[in-house]
Design a protein around this ligand. Structure first.
Ligand SMILES: NC(=O)c1ccc[n+]([C@@H]2O[C@H](COP(=O)([O-])OP(=O)(O)OC[C@H]3O[C@@H](n4cnc5c(N)ncnc54)[C@H](OP(=O)(O)O)[C@@H]3O)[C@@H](O)[C@H]2O)c1
Length: 258
């Protein structure tokens, strides 16, 4: 995920590769980043990277966040640093506790600027639906982080309480959309197409449906109405799918993974 974010950032206009420092445990991962851009600064030294950066993106597994924040804490300057966590399920309260451990002075704990972001796997092709939540951030800092992730697809600012719902809809949602595609491909084979042809047909049909919605800013039902001739075959197909629980299955699946 960290690599995908860096790849997205260099394609955009907010940062240049020379502005980006990548850290990892293995030389192999850093070599992969070297292949993306020779201008990245690559290091295994998280503390030095944190000291040199203004924005620190924590993109390790959730159970590693505490250990990494412990490692870089002495390098943090909360007047300057903006911390961005990609870790799923690690809350602002937890991040605050990890970042400010033993930093209480005269009963006052510092208030670091922290963002939580939740991209999906389509960030690898700059088409992520990314959620952003902010704590202690100014409007300018928030705009910068939203702009950063708009360059890798589409970014939306939400309250932290909606992160779980956003994850279900957009991160798990990629799998749900793909499962529809798989089902339609299997149906296409039954109707007489070879699997490769069926996949090409379904992928482009779904892409067309999405582009219609985005271009027309319309409601899905309005686009469906344009296809459903009274007494025609589309409405017969839709009604058959609904009889098998199509809409309720999708809603139940979304609610189950929240
Ligand atoms: N994958 C997704 O779809 C997705 C979606 C949304 C959010 N997320 C979040 O993104 C985060 C990363 O997930 P991932 O799937 O990208 O994990 P990953 O493939 O395991 O990558 C983690 C990276 O962190 C590096 N790393 C581990 N410990 C480190 C340390 N102490 N210092 C510096 N680098 C260290 C690893 O380096 P090496 O390669 O050298 O071991 C690796 O490159 C997770 O918190 C996850 O919740 C993931």
């Amino acid at each position: 995920m960290g690599g995908a974010i860096a790849r997205g950032l260099v394609k955009g206009s907010v940062f240049k590769a020379a502005d980006i420092i990548c850290t990892a445990c293995s030389a192999e991962t850093l070599e992969k980043m070297r292949a993306v851009s020779p201008d990245f600064t690559l290091t295994h030294d998280n503390k030095a990277a944190a000291r040199a950066a203004d924005i620190i993106i924590l993109a390790v597994k959730p159970w590693r966040i505490e250990e990494v924040t412990e490692e870089i804490r002495s390098s943090l300057d909360f007047n300057r640093h903006v911390i961005v966590s990609v870790a799923a399920g690690i809350t602002f309260d937890q991040l605050h506790t990890f970042l400010t451990k033993n930093m209480e002075c005269d009963g006052i704990t510092p208030s670091p600027v922290v963002f939580r972001i939740m991209p999906n796997t389509a960030i690898a092709v700059s088409s992520s639906m990314t959620f952003v939540s902010a704590r202690n951030a100014s409007p300018e800092q928030t705009k910068l982080i939203v702009d950063m992730f708009n360059e890798s697809g589409n970014a939306m600012l939400i309250e932290e309480r909606l992160m779980g719902a956003g994850t279900a809809l957009a991160s798990c949602g990629i799998a749900f959309a793909l499962r529809y595609i798989r089902a339609a491909v299997e149906g296409g084979v039954e109707l007489g197409f070879y699997p490769k042809e069926a996949q090409e047909i379904v992928a482009h049909t779904v892409k067309g449906a999405v582009e219609l919605l985005l271009a027309n800013k319309s409601n899905p039902e309005a686009e469906i109405d344009k296809v459903t001739t009274p007494g025609g075959i589309t409405i017969k197909g839709l009604n058959e799918m609904e009889l098998s629980g199509f809409t309720s299955s999708v809603i139940r699946g979304l609610k189950a993974c929240k």
